[in-house]
Design a binder for this molecule. Structure first.
Ligand code: ZN
Ligand code: ZN
Length: 280
């Protein structure tokens, strides 16, 4: 499945490694200053979250040969502004041509800047649905928003999972992340840095709570005990700029991978920066 055969990729053309279908993934950004991830197959292109400005989303998609107008859907995890800030302008620019998929409760929380809402398609948290040739599974995550979800996306036998903004790793999330080939996993903070850091006490409490954000320790506990043995690429994301360092997140995950004797590609995504393009 990985890239020992030449990759043939051009916008608008087939996307294959040899004769296998592949998935193209790019984190346009991942942190509390904005989240948006592009996932595409040969036939289907989606965005998970639109937490950057519409202009940044357009510019960053252009960097990887994509265009917002060619998206088939925009999936939303929850209503926090770092996940939806660019959505009203983006959907206005797209003139309703790209449906927004989100839960009923999350839809009720969104503010469309006084404009008419774009076409939304609501699903229940936990629902499974198809977008083109991507099979999407939503699952509830523990976070302080009305109805937050994570997603797994499967196409051609390849499973891509996105789990950020969660206070801890409940059994239902572990269940859904099983057998992933690609995982974007939150590694938000180093608890000691958070405790001595500049945030007010109530914000620290919120982040540390079971509906807050996943720490490096919690992420590595999950990796050491439960990470899919099929994992090819593990991306640590949603790193706090104040309460974490790339080095701390990477070290914790590396030690956990060593304990499991797993050797996926490990990438620590720096806040605000667009990732490389991953092909699976
Ligand atoms: Zn977030
Ligand atoms: Zn959030």
């Amino acid at each position: 499945m990985m890239n020992h055969l030449p990759v043939r990729w051009q916008p608008g053309y087939d996307m294959f490694i040899g004769d296998r279908q592949i998935i193209k993934i790019c984190l346009l950004a991942s942190s509390s200053s904005g989240n948006s991830t592009f996932i595409g197959t040969e036939r289907t292109r989606i965005l998970i979250d639109a937490g950057l400005s519409a202009r940044q989303i357009g510019a960053r998609l252009a960097q990887i040969g994509e265009d917002p107008s060619r998206l088939d859907a925009i999936l939303i995890t929850h209503e926090h502004s770092d996940h939806v800030a660019g959505l009203p302008v983006l959907t206005r620019q797209l003139k309703g041509r790209v449906p927004v998929l989100l839960t009923h409760h999350t839809a009720e929380e969104l503010d469309w800047d006084g404009a008419a809402p774009p076409p939304v398609q609501c699903f229940q948290a936990g629902a499974r649905f198809e977008v083109g040739d991507l099979s999407v599974q939503s699952f509830t995550i523990p976070h302080d928003s009305v109805d937050p979800v994570g997603f797994t996306l499967t196409s051609g036998g390849v499973k891509v999972s996105v789990a950020t903004d969660l206070g801890y790793m409940p059994d239902n999330v572990k269940y859904h992340l099983r057998d992933s080939h690609f995982l974007l996993l939150e590694s938000n903070h180093h608890p000691e840095l958070l405790k001595v850091g500049p945030y007010p006490w109530h914000v620290k409490q919120r982040i540390l709570s079971r509906k807050g954000h996943l720490s490096n320790d919690a992420a590595s506990e999950y990796i050491a005990a439960e990470l899919s043995g099929d994992i090819q690429t593990l991306v640590l994301g949603h790193l706090s700029e104040q309460n974490n360092t790339k080095w701390d997140a990477e070290l914790a995950a590396k030690q956990a991978l060593d304990r499991r004797r797993l050797t996926p590609r490990l990438v620590v995504q720096e806040p605000r920066i667009q990732s490389e393009v991953f092909f699976l």
